[in-house]
Design a protein around this ligand. Structure first.
Ligand SMILES: NC(=O)c1ccc[n+]([C@@H]2O[C@H](COP(=O)([O-])OP(=O)(O)OC[C@H]3O[C@@H](n4cnc5c(N)ncnc54)[C@H](OP(=O)(O)O)[C@@H]3O)[C@@H](O)[C@H]2O)c1
Length: 256
């Protein structure tokens, strides 16, 4: 796909993976609407991308867990650029708790951000993509969904991502008939603010975290395949980090 002049919306793009995706797409000449909650960080990122690439870029302060904010993102992109060609659903939060200690509000927050935030935003853009018979929707899921059972202390986060992955897999087939591409990216453990907050991470493990650029490469691959092709899922997993390997001890399996 020639990306120059395409209209792109990216959520959670003021930092981390989303920001890296925004920068790379801007270097390829797209028009951008980027969203995140914190106005100051968003403004800094908009300025940085604009100064470096000169693209058309707007920041929308929005919380993807709120339906009205999602509508604001879509309305802004439609008003400024006329349409949305590519949606990168990326905004997400992580939290790590033994389940019995996880606050109820935290469970709600994760569900509204990491699951509903994605599904609702797709619902808000899908009709215009169907009408134009074109569009790409790329979704940041998680490599933790490859673990079965999902990792201890990430049960709420990872199970919502498992649900999201299942939703997207189903949607892939439904949207294929409308020439719309749906891709899930399953990153392993990436060096961002999100992983900074993890418990029990040693320096040795930290040294093996992936750069956001490895994930950006997957996004660019998804957007570069021939028109009649679409990667359903792309997993980019680091070597030898926790959480992206089975977590049941061998000794447990042997217990009678
Ligand atoms: N890092 C990893 O190891 C890893 C692995 C697998 C999957 N992922 C997934 O990749 C995505 C990006 O993660 P990251 O590591 O880049 O995170 P990050 O560095 O913490 O950045 C998250 C971005 O999303 C924004 N954001 C968070 N909550 C939001 C909300 N409710 N509404 C709008 N924007 C929101 C943040 O800005 P504000 O705080 O200002 O809103 C920030 O711009 C997430 O979906 C995450 O689950 C990450």
């Amino acid at each position: 796909m020639d990306l120059k002049g395409k209209n792109v919306v990216i959520t959670g793009a003021s930092k981390g993976i989303g920001k890296a995706v925004a920068m790379r797409l801007a270097e390829n000449g797209v028009n951008l609407v980027i969203a995140a909650r914190t106005q100051s960080t968003l403004d800094e990122t908009v300025k940085e991308i604009k100064d470096k690439t000169g693209v058309n870029i707007l920041g929308v302060a929005a919380d993807v867990s709120k339906l009205d904010d999602l509508k604001k993102i879509v309305d802004t992109a439609n008003k400024e650029f006329g349409s949305i060609d590519i949606l990168v659903n990326n905004a997400g939060v992580s939290s790590q708790y033994p389940f019995e200690k996880q606050p109820l509000e935290d469970i709600e927050r994760l569900a509204h951000t990491n699951y509903l935030g994605y599904v609702r935003l797709i619902r808000l853009v899908i009709e215009q993509m169907i009408a134009r018979k074109s569009g790409s929707i790329i979704n940041m899921v998680s490599g933790s969904t490859l673990c079965d059972p999902i990792p201890k202390t990430f049960v709420t986060y990872s199970s919502l991502k498992v649900g999201l992955r299942a939703f997207l897999k189903g949607l892939f087939w439904e949207m294929r008939d409308h020439n719309i591409k749906i891709t899930s990216i399953l990153p392993g453990v990436v060096d961002t603010g999100l992983t900074d907050k993890l418990d029990n991470i040693t320096q040795d493990q930290k040294d093996r975290l992936m750069s956001p650029d490895a994930v950006v490469d997957m996004v660019m691959f998804a957007l570069s395949v021939p028109a009649n092709t679409c990667p359903l899922e792309l997993a980019v997993i680091n070597q030898q980090t926790p959480w992206t390997k089975p977590v049941i001890d061998y000794s447990q399996k042997q217990a009678k």
